[in-house]
Ligand binder design. Structure first.
Ligand code: PEP
Ligand code: MG
Length: 573
């Protein structure tokens, strides 16, 4: 039974979008909501409403207190968590935000109303900008709630202290709240709002927590209600029965069993397929250093600079790249040059006024508008190479033509980076992959964007997910064309888009001739298992079956029929 309702009957299933594969059972703890106060609530001093000057001072103090509190939290945190907390603290400290609120108070507006309306204006601006900025609106609203609570002397909103391992439930969870979580006591995060690429989901993923977003009705569950959270199928089951608990326990045991195999990726008859991790920060590199992965197949360097207002210097970048290279201790690391624009806007690089940013000056194309960014990045990478004595591979995103590949390769080699490749994520590049591979040493398929551009479907929108599917035979045709070109040129063709993390799809990719698969580190064990339990010939038969299907659903079904029973049982197919 799947319903979008607030029913609390045992067995009721609430649906959302899951991030990750894990499933857990635990009691709900609701995050304390924002204070509900009337817009004309007054700041009270010594029991009576404060005058305008005192109200003004109280608001200034509230902004400062919230900014300082968030900064302190940021200092205690690390990595992405620290970065988002710092960014949220900067919002609280933003002079423009504060000045506009104070100007309204000076003009006679009640303080809560003034904060509300100014934040609403800023939020509308962020939402209109779209992409990453739109996802920061949650942070902005968290600043508003904290400042209102501080100004009115109310307790700060957020997560209560957790006394047992719990499922944290919220309408939306600001990074500040996520960062404040006691990880030893959090089993999963479930929110009613938010998107799968929002901060909460990203942080939860980094922390290894199962996460569900867009679960309507979940905030109606009373504290203490036991729920079963399944990130793989995006469901929350109220008061699960013993059978479901047993199924989850068996799944957890099966996942742990998969992790025991640390062999290099290869088919059962020994055809090698390198299994690599995708990372976004030097800390990610350090965290996965102990994992049995053969290196990093995609280092998304723009993730390092999402919060930056100005371009990072050569020295700053060299230090980060050197740290990541050192962490991987000589394993292969494929560093992607900045992929700014569209879904990953960087304040210092994104074109401000593009109507269709996904089709605009993003990725490698920014060499036309900001050539210094690429030059600095390649120089920094070469510095890191010299400093660490390791040799990173480098690749450019969003390459459309062989000429672009040639120009990028020349620039990278001039800087002393020896192994140069490009991403194939535009259909034109897939169709002309042989010409592109004549210019570079390797290519890596970005199937997220390849599907977006092949199917003309915005990857940020969930409602067209059936079209935005790497199982679409047309997308597989482009992968096949690229892999064939790799075989002709005798050069590696990897996949670093999300499709590489789907164990069933990984078999098809291997069968098509893909030579390495790169994914979030947590996805590797299941993919390793799938690949190690099929021969290359079986993978090739699956690839042929997928290409012969006339829809994504039929392609998946056709491949599933060719999977052996052992893998079906182990991977829950
Ligand atoms: C892709 O497009 O598949 C890819 C790996 O790059 P990103 O998701 O960062 O655009
Ligand atoms: Mg891409």
């Amino acid at each position: 039974m799947t319903v979008q309702s607030t029913s609390l009957a045992p067995g009721t299933v609430l649906s959302g979008v899951g991030v990750g594969r894990r499933a857990v059972v635990g009691p709900v703890v609701q995050v304390r909501p924002a204070p509900v106060v009337p817009a004309d609530a007054a700041v009270v001093v010594d029991g009576s409403p404060a005058d305008r000057a005192t109200t003004r001072r109280a608001l200034e103090d509230a902004f400062a207190q919230v900014a300082a509190g968030l900064s302190e939290q940021a200092e205690r945190a690390s990595g992405t968590v620290a970065e988002v907390l710092t960014a949220t603290a900067q919002m609280a400290a933003d002079p423009a935000l504060r000045a506009q609120v104070l100007a309204k108070v000076d003009a006679g507006e009640p303080p809560v109303q003034a904060i509300d309306s100014v934040v609403a204006t800023f939020a509308a601006m962020f939402e209109a900008a779209g992409g990453y900025l739109a996802e920061r609106v949650t942070d902005l609203r968290s600043v508003r709630d904290r400042v209102v609570a501080a100004a009115l002397g109310l307790p700060a909103p957020g997560v209560p202290e957790l006394h047992e391992p719990s499922v944290v439930v919220a309408r939306d969870l600001a990074p500040a709240d996520t960062a404040a979580l006691d990880l030893a006591q959090v089993l999963a995060i479930v929110t009613e709002l938010g998107g799968p690429t929002g901060h909460t989901a990203i942080i939860a993923g980094q922390l290894g927590l199962p996460c569900l977003v867009r679960v309507t009705g979940v905030t109606d569950l009373p504290d203490g209600t036991v729920v079963a959270v399944d990130a793989a199928d995006g469901t929350v089951t109220v008061s699960p029965d013993d059978a479901q608990r047993a199924r989850f326990a068996a799944r957890a045991a099966a996942e742990r069993a998969l992790e025991q195999d640390t062999a290099a990726g290869a088919t059962s008859d020994g055809h090698p397929v390198a299994l690599m991790a995708n990372i976004g920060t030097a800390e990610d590199a350090e965290r996965i250093a102990g994992n049995p992965v053969q290196g990093v197949g995609l280092f998304r360097t723009e993730v390092l600079f999402l919060e930056r207002a100005s371009a990072p210097t050569r020295e700053e970048q060299a230090a980060v790249y050197a740290r990541a290279l050192r962490a991987l201790g000589g394993r292969k690391v494929v560093v992607r040059t900045l992929d700014a624009g569209a879904d990953k806007p960087l304040a210092f690089a994104t074109q401000p006024d593009e109507e269709n940013p996904a089709l605009g000056v993003r990725g490698y194309r920014q060499v036309r508008t900001h050539p210094e960014l690429l030059a600095t990045q390649l120089a920094a990478l070469a510095d890191a190479q010299r400093e660490t004595g390791t040799t990173p591979w480098v690749m450019a995103p969003m390459i459309a033509t062989p000429d672009e590949a040639r120009d990028f390769a020349a620039l990278a080699r001039a800087n002393g980076v020896a192994t140069v490749g490009v991403m194939v994520e535009i259909p034109a590049a897939a169709l002309r992959a042989a010409d592109i591979l004549a210019e570079v040493d390797f290519v890596s398929l970005g199937t997220n964007d390849l599907a977006q551009y092949c199917m003309a479907t915005d990857r940020l929108r969930g409602e067209l997910a059936d079209l935005l599917d790497a199982w679409q035979p047309a997308v597989l045709d482009l992968v096949a064309a690229t892999a064939r070109a790799g075989a002709v040129r005798g050069k590696p063709v990897g996949v670093c888009g999300e499709s590489a993390s789907d164990p069933l799809m990984s078999l098809v990719l291997v069968g098509l001739g893909v030579t390495s698969l790169s994914m979030s580190a947590g996805a590797v064990p299941a993919v390793r298992y799938a690949v190690r339990h099929h021969t290359l010939a079986q993978c090739q038969a699956m690839a042929a079956a997928a290409l012969a299907a006339r829809s994504a659903t039929l392609a998946r079904q056709a491949v599933l029929e060719l999977v052996n029973d052992e893998a079906k049982a182990a991977l829950g197919w």
